[in-house]
Design a protein around this ligand. Structure first.
Ligand code: PGA
Length: 261
């Protein structure tokens, strides 16, 4: 049976926008989405923790067709973890998605492959959708080791995951050299990595997972990344902070949907 995947675009607001600004952006997204509804694309935003409550309220009360993600979570259920947040706390706020192992968490906040694997298990066990972020640094790309690097990140997180949990996984390929640099990976580079990631996913029985690209995505490069790069959507940082630029990426993605993936 062919399984047609919808596209998925996630806005990662990172440590930007206080709750007043976040509500404003949520409302602007609502207006744009009502003017031009999307058909084939799931739209998700990932605000900072302290904005989650306000953004979920606005999205629910104004029936904005956007789901909410958290940028991070602690793998433990509760207890002595000062400054951390648990999956159940996020679920209670109607958070449907959680980003796991973003490169900024890996490089600055000690999130190694073991922590990523444990976190992925707590998230999926709770029935929440996990977005596993992977991607190589510049020196690894220059050494030609990028495929092996990404394989190791994927297998350490996904191998041995039970079937129900595997259903809840999406992957975001974000080469570190492309994040926030304006240096987007070419469609060719992305297309090769998509093929590689999909073969690894098949190996770990996760072939259904959507594979996104992230790293300096904007309205101008989005269509070639979908059409030639073969991505199932995007994880967008900088360009997700303005309603117009984020929605034009979403619209471009939606327009490129051909039902073939
Ligand atoms: P960017 O960030 O779009 O600003 O490059 C992407 C990300 O880190 O998710």
């Amino acid at each position: 049976m062919t399984h047609h995947k919808r596209l998925l675009v996630i806005g990662n607001w990172k440590m930007n926008l206080d709750y007043v600004e976040a509500v404003h952006l949520g409302q602007q997204l609502g207006v744009l989405m009502k003017n031009k509804p999307v058909e084939h694309t799931d739209v998700v935003v990932a605000p900072p923790f302290v904005d989650l409550r306000s953004v979920t309220s606005i999205v629910e009360s104004e029936r904005i067709p956007v789901e909410i993600a958290s940028q991070h979570v602690n793998a433990n259920d509760n207890g002595a973890h000062t400054g951390e947040i648990s999956v159940s706390m996020l679920k209670r706020l109607n958070v449907k998605w959680i980003l796991i192992g973003h490169s900024e968490r890996r490089s600055m906040y000690a999130m190694n492959d073991d922590v990523v694997a444990t976190t992925l298990r707590s998230v999926t066990r709770a029935g929440v959708q996990a977005v596993l972020c992977v991607g190589e640094p510049t020196e690894v790309r220059h050494a030609g080791e990028h495929e092996a690097y990404v394989t190791a990140q994927l297998t350490s997180a996904l191998e041995g995951l039970d079937e129900k949990s595997r259903e809840l996984v999406s992957v975001a390929y974000e080469p570190i050299w492309a994040i926030g640099t304006g240096e987007t990976a070419t469609s060719q580079v992305v297309s090769e990595m998509m093929a590689h990631i999909r073969s690894v996913l098949e190996h770990v029985s996760c072939a259904h997972a959507r594979v996104l690209y992230g790293g300096s995505v904007n309205a101008d490069n989005a269509s070639s990344l979908v059409l030639e790069g073969g991505v199932d959507g995007f994880l967008v940082g900088g360009a997700s902070l303005k309603a117009e630029s984020f929605m034009s990426i979403v619209q471009t993605c939606d327009d490129c949907y051909d039902g073939k993936r």
